[in-house]
Design a protein around this ligand. Structure first.
Ligand code: NAP
Length: 358
């Protein structure tokens, strides 16, 4: 299949929020996907998108401004591909309703990420896990499906650790995150709580990091994902940065690499072949910086149009084997852009056409 000849109508659920708006920006003039519908809560439904959304960055694409915001139901939404930026409080019921109704749901919510038959995918890292959709369809009898992307801090970690795990087998990770305020959505963290401050707690974040990482770096055996044998300890912090989650990691390996060997593995890594050339795929997806003071969100967050992960400070560690710092854009790479890349990979490999055939 040549994906570029098929244009797919798509909808965004939760279109008024921080991630929903990123979807709208990234889908504007997308070569394969046409944004035809937007949906949000009862508060927004029935209004024009222009009136319902408090637009956060740049100019609202003209095509979406006049769309009428719909309710998040498969009866109101007709698009076969549904990007979900829904709050987890509602995603649990809404997303399976769409999958049952034959739609392909690309979800950012936490609800189904760890279900055994739901792909949790960063395309370059574990694009092959998308084949779990066959298991999901057999198990649940859905004519559509749900594909998830990971928590935004876990996405940073998995992107940086995947090449090292492949080459040297990661066994332990001690991670401290510094997470941007946009990770809390809009309006998010009150300004008096975060300006000039660090908050050493993000609800439910540490368990998500500790569980999702082993699924992302796990091996799909054709039926299930065999989780990677990695123990992770995470400290999650909210910091006064607009966009970009930074993660400092100390890592232990089954085969201890020197920093030079680790850098070589990171530099040579290309990830899942099929991802290369996709419209949203950054080239390269990993950027390795040698300067002692990088990565930095202010300087590196928009690399690869917000889809690249920047890694630096790769050095020996006194506690484990190696230390490093990784950073990527939480709303783009860690959410909307990651979902769109998942959909592009499904399109390229013919899975969209196969699942959504009438
Ligand atoms: P947000 O800014 O709070 O937006 C939430 C969206 O959900 C809004 O469009 C809201 O619509 C809609 N919504 C809320 N209650 C609803 C209901 N009962 N029925 C239908 N729609 C409803 O949150 P966000 O940051 O965009 O996050 C969206 C999802 O992505 C969450 O599951 C979050 O955990 C996940 N995520 C976020 C990030 C990030 O960096 N922000 C990264 C990865 C994953 P109204 O405007 O009408 O209320």
């Amino acid at each position: 299949m040549t994906p570029s000849v098929t244009r797919w109508p798509v909808a965004v659920l939760g279109a008024t929020g921080a991630v929903g708006q990123a979807f709208i920006r990234l889908l504007d003039a997308h070569p394969w996907f046409d944004l035809v519908e937007v949906a949000a809560s009862e508060r927004s439904a029935g209004k024009s998108y222009r009136d319902a959304a408090k637009w956060l960055e740049g100019t609202m694409p003209a095509g979406v401004a006049s769309l009428v915001v719909k309710h998040c139901t498969p009866e109101e939404i007709s698009a076969p591909i549904v990007f979900s930026a829904l709050d987890s409080g509602v995603a649990g019921e809404v997303e399976p309703a769409f999958a049952r109704a034959g739609r392909m749901v690309l979800s950012n919510a936490k609800n189904y990420r760890m279900d055994a038959d739901v792909p949790l995918v960063i395309p370059e890292v574990n694009g092959d896990h998308l084949a779990l959709l066959d298991v999901q369809r057999a198990n649940r009898g859905w004519t559509g499906g749900i594909v998830t992307n990971a928590n935004c801090a876990t996405t940073v970690m998995a992107a940086a650790l995947a090449p090292l795990h492949e080459a040297f087998t990661v066994t332990k990770v001690f991670a401290t995150t510094m997470q941007a305020v946009s990770g809390a959505g809009y309006p998010g963290v009150p300004s008096l709580d975060i300006l000039g401050n660090v908050i050493p707690f993000i609800n439910d974040e540490e368990p998500k990091i500790e569980t999702e990482l082993v699924k992302l770096l796990g091996r799909f055996d054709g039926t299930t994902v065999q989780y990677a044998d990695i123990v992770t300890s995470a400290h999650a912090n909210r910091v006064p940065v607009e966009h970009g989650h930074t993660v400092c990691m100390s890592v232990a390996f089954a085969r201890k690499p020197t920093p030079e060997e680790a850098l070589e593995a990171l530099r040579n890594w290309t990830g899942t072949d099929a991802v290369r050339g996709l419209p949203s795929a950054p080239e390269p997806s990993l950027i390795i910086r040698d300067e002692p003071d990088r990565p930095q969100p202010r300087r590196d967050v928009n690399r690869g149009r917000g889809m690249a992960t920047t890694v630096g400070r790769v050095r020996a560690d006194h506690l484990f084997d190696l230390r490093l710092v990784a950073m990527s854009h939480n709303v783009v790479r860690g959410a909307a852009g990651g979902s769109i890349l998942n959909a592009e990979l499904l399109a390229k490999t013919g899975q969209l056409a196969r699942y959504l055939a009438p």
